[in-house]
Design a protein around this ligand. Structure first.
Ligand SMILES: C[S@@+](CC[C@H](N)C(=O)[O-])C[C@H]1O[C@@H](n2cnc3c(N)ncnc32)[C@H](O)[C@@H]1O
Length: 214
């Protein structure tokens, strides 16, 4: 929680979906402790996709397919490639994607994104990074050349419950210190990259929206 709790709850309440299948996935995720994007992030991500109308999307971190489905619902002509390292999640994602009839346009790949990305030959209009937080720099370095000029990179959870904004988690011994430091470095890397324009959005766990100018 990084914004005022009352405000966050208000926005979340206003962002609920009445789509039965989406709600079933949300309930499954909650019951099985699978982290998926929160309702306000879902709406925001869907909005970015609606505005950008990307032909090709790359997602790192499928989980059970929820955010892929959201992006596909937002842009019917998009083709999505999504990578997931966990086999159980990957299989559940495939089932969920079939329930929506999106199996032709959402291609799920089982594997470690660090290895899979290197095998991808396409270029993408939009890349969504939502996997291991400590590896964002690796994911970025491997995907940036695959992001088209005028493309958009969306990075989720970049503020890590707000800890990234607090010096004490970067300077003292703390269990989460490595992730916090790495996310802080990731933010600096993107902000200082002259090819890119980035904006940090403090919803849920923090999102970063990055535009590739050149
Ligand atoms: C926060 S969840 C993704 C949630 C999903 N984007 C959604 O909102 O519906 C992060 C996922 O990334 C996966 N993951 C972690 N490290 C990965 C890696 N190196 N390659 C591919 N997937 C990875 C995890 O197994 C987990 O399912």
């Amino acid at each position: 929680m990084i914004v005022n709790k009352v405000v966050e709850e208000y926005i979340r309440k206003k962002s609920q979906t009445d789509n039965k299948l989406l709600r079933e996935i949300e309930e499954f995720a909650l019951k099985n402790n699978i982290p998926i994007i929160e309702p306000e992030v879902r709406n925001f991500l869907g909005m970015i996709v609606k505005i950008k109308k990307p032909c090709k999307i790359l997602e790192i971190g499928t989980a059970i397919g929820y955010s892929s489905i959201i992006m596909k619902m937002a842009s019917k002509d998009s083709k999505i490639t999504t990578i997931e390292i966990n086999e159980d999640s990957f299989l559940e994602a495939k089932l969920n994607i079939e329930k929506f009839g999106f199996e032709k346009d959402i291609h799920c790949i089982l594997g470690d994104a660090n290895e899979v990305i290197e095998l991808l030959e396409d270029e993408y209009d939009l890349i969504f990074i939502d996997a291991a937080k400590g590896q964002y720099i690796n994911f970025f370095e491997k995907t940036i050349d695959k992001l088209k000029v005028n493309g958009v990179l969306v990075s989720d959870n970049i503020l890590f419950r707000g800890m990234v904004a607090e010096e004490k988690y970067k300077t003292t011994r703390h269990r989460k210190i490595t992730i916090v430091k790495r996310l802080d470095e990731y933010i600096d890397l993107l902000i200082n990259d002259k090819r890119l324009s980035s904006s940090i959005v403090p919803i849920d766990d923090g999102m970063m929206i990055t535009y590739r100018n050149e």
